[in-house]
Design a protein around this ligand. Structure first.
Ligand code: MIC
Ligand code: SF4
Length: 640
């Protein structure tokens, strides 16, 4: 029987484990990336491992998230990352050089290689045929040290594209359509391969938009074959030597095949507050818009920006709308400037932001109170924009421009003929903002620069054999890491200061959570399905743990967050029977037994001690292997 592309790449990188669905496999990692909001922690973890130099083929540290320097904190963290990178063999992409995923695609991505990054959108690399995963910082630290990365052998989905996209219908609309079909949990446990005759007309950046948004499906990763389109992109980047052809076998077997006909696809829009809340744009036509943001790792390529510029050319944005443009990289920005497209953008009344994540992570440009914001981003979780009552919608760049010009949600197909946009055969190559590491024989002399923002990492203690904890929070389905540990310009500077950051933990759901959890002693958090979806931030595990939460009991977990909880020595449990969720009352004390006999596949007993003196019990499951039980027993993977 033939193999899928993923199976071939896993086999080529297999360190241990059997490739049976559901089994754990350990993969050799060729490349790593970090960004600054998770990077400080990842490098502190790497340094604590005592390894002099990274063992990967390429490791890159990007500064792209915490670029608003309203105090010393972010600048200090950037200096720390720069110094650690130089010392340990890591390339350093300076602030202003662009968003990690966009720059990595342009300058470093290699088809067929494995990549893990301390950012959930690392699967963007699947657009160029990489097997790329988002991971917690500790996983990235281990991979930099030459250790394997563990994943559960996934189910294989194939999305088969037929037909051709019509003008104004884009790769973003394909992603939104798949989210409409599968939902934010529809990709959990699966790797999505893209194929069919429709992919030949999709450029690498368009493919990367699609693999980027596979994260929103909960997928382990997404990947395109490496073909002539890939070769042309690498050639334009002056890197044709990195090209190899890669494809799945014609008789490869998939667990599920989804067909999308590009001929009939419409411009789509994701409504507040979830990326799968998708409807055709035309159904919301006429809704007043206050703000439009174009950029983010999903939609900031040169192709996207050239289309935006062509549509804005000679037009002025509506008086009631504020429009921001964040090109994805210095390469994109300088090429826009070179060809005059930047002038068309600026002349329209747009506000140019730096090449960084910016408004996507609430780093400035928050909407007005109750404002309607149309964004070309990948996430519209409640509060993520920095304005809690804002209504954030996700759209393609074309739909974004249509709204900016008219002041209302508008189907871009009504704008008249789409101007022709062609990509140059050769891109402008200037890697001067990427600093190479110090040569190995000079690395000892490089001083690690830790500013006062970096607070000592709190050491966690192991648990006793039985645990009785207080219910500190009960939440529903699809809780995101933005609920657990919000980001934004005011909070992100404290990513290196665990005690300070904890003051914001879960405040989106309940502003009293930090104080209550701290006062409660041992705590348990109860949630619904897909708990911890969204980002890879380890802080969503570290902070509840810092506030004494010991157990998280849910219907199901999102992949990266479950591993992060295990790494921080927490007990991540799922209900054996999801209906038991309803038995849990707000003022319960809950005891967990089964810790003494904690072993792979064992069950725990949960006993609810109700405030009226009654009690009831049921079973909970876990997915810990021997090594992970070791982390739990030691109190953290760092202690084991
Ligand atoms: C995000 O898009 O949510 C982030 C910010 O890029 C996160 C990482 C972080 O929280 O630092 C992610 O996607 O992993
Ligand atoms: Fe940055 Fe937004 Fe992409 Fe996260 S999703 S890496 S915040 S641009």
């Amino acid at each position: 029987m033939g193999k899928t592309l993923t199976e071939k790449l896993i086999a080529a990188h297999l360190v241990s484990g059997s490739m049976e669905p559901g089994a754990e496999v350990a993969l050799r990692i060729d490349q790593t990336l970090t960004q600054d909001a998770t990077g400080t922690m990842a490098y502190l973890e790497f340094e604590s491992m005592g390894i002099d130099r990274v063992k990967t083929k390429r490791s890159v540290a990007y500064i792209d998230h915490n670029t608003l320097q309203s105090g010393f904190e972010n600048a200090d963290d950037h200096r720390y990352i720069q110094s650690v990178a130089a010392k340990h063999g890591i390339w350093f992409s300076r602030p202003g050089n662009g968003i990690c995923h966009q720059v990595h695609l342009e300058r470093f991505g290699v088809p067929g290689q494995t990549l893990i990054g301390s950012d959930s959108h690392t699967p963007t690399g699947g657009g160029i045929g990489m097997l790329a995963f988002g991971a917690g910082g500790m996983d990235v630290a281990v991979a930099m040290g030459g250790g394997a990365y563990y994943i559960t052998m996934p189910k294989m989905f194939k999305v088969n594209l037929t037909g051709t996209l019509r003008p104004y219908v884009t790769a973003k609309d394909i992603s939104l359509e798949l989210l409409r079909i599968l939902s934010v949990k529809g990709g959990v446990g699966a790797i999505i391969e893209w194929g069919g005759p429709g992919i030949a007309a999709l450029s690498v950046p368009e493919r990367a938009t699609i693999t980027n948004m596979g994260t929103e499906l909960g997928a382990t990763t997404s990947i395109f074959p490496s073909d002539d389109v890939t070769r042309a992109f690498l050639a334009a980047e002056g890197r044709e030597a990195d090209f190899i052809p890669l494809a799945s076998d014609p008789d490869a077997r998939y667990d599920r095949i989804i067909d999308i006909d590009l001929n009939t696809l419409q411009p789509m829009i994701a409504c507040p507050h979830s990326p799968d809340n998708v409807v055709p744009v035309e159904t919301l036509a006429g809704t007043k818009v206050d703000q439009v943001c174009i950029g983010s790792c999903t939609n900031s390529s040169l192709f996207d920006m050239l289309k935006v510029a062509a549509l804005l050319k000679g037009r002025t944005i509506a008086p009631g709308v504020s429009l921001s443009i964040s090109p994805g990289s210095k390469q994109v920005l300088t090429m826009l400037a070179d060809c005059g497209a930047l002038t068309d953008i600026l002349a329209s009344g747009a506000r140019l932001l730096e090449c960084a994540c910016g408004p996507c992570i609430g780093m400035g440009f928050s909407p007005n109170s109750g404002g309607v914001s149309l964004r070309t981003f990948n996430r519209n979780f409640l509060g993520r924009s920095g304005t809690k009552d804002a209504q954030v919608y996700l759209v393609s760049p074309e739909t974004a421009v249509a709204a900016a010009l008219t002041g209302t949600i508008t189907d871009p197909q009504t704008l008249g003929p789409m101007p022709a946009v062609t990509l140059p055969e050769q891109f402008r190559i200037d890697d001067s903002a990427v600093l190479p590491p110090a040569p190995a024989d000079e690395a000892d002399a490089v001083e690690g620069l830790r500013g006062p923002n970096i607070q000592p990492f709190p050491r966690s203690r192991p648990f006793a054999d039985t645990l009785t904890a207080e219910l500190v929070l009960k939440v529903g389905d699809n809780i995101t890491t933005d609920h657990i540990m919000p980001a934004g310009a005011k909070i992100l500077p404290y990513r290196s200061n665990i005690p300070k950051l904890s003051e914001f933990c879960f405040t989106v759901c309940d502003p009293t959570f930090p104080a209550r959890a701290r006062a409660a002693g041992d705590g348990i958090i109860v949630g619904g399905s897909n708990y911890g979806q969204g980002s890879s931030r380890e802080h969503a595990a570290l902070e509840p743990r810092f506030l004494n939460a010991k157990v998280v009991l849910v219907k199901s977990f999102a992949r990266i967050h479950e591993t992060n909880l295990k790494k921080q020595g927490m007990l991540a449990l799922t209900f054996a029977d999801g209906a038991d969720y309803d038995r849990i009352r707000e003022d319960d004390r809950i005891s967990v037994t089964g810790l003494k006999t904690f072993a792979p596949g064992s069950r725990m007993t949960i006993t609810l001690l109700h405030s009226d003196g009654t009690s009831e019990s049921f079973e909970a499951l876990h997915t810990y292997n021997e090594q992970q039980i070791g982390w739990f027993r030691a109190g953290s993977a760092l202690n084991s």
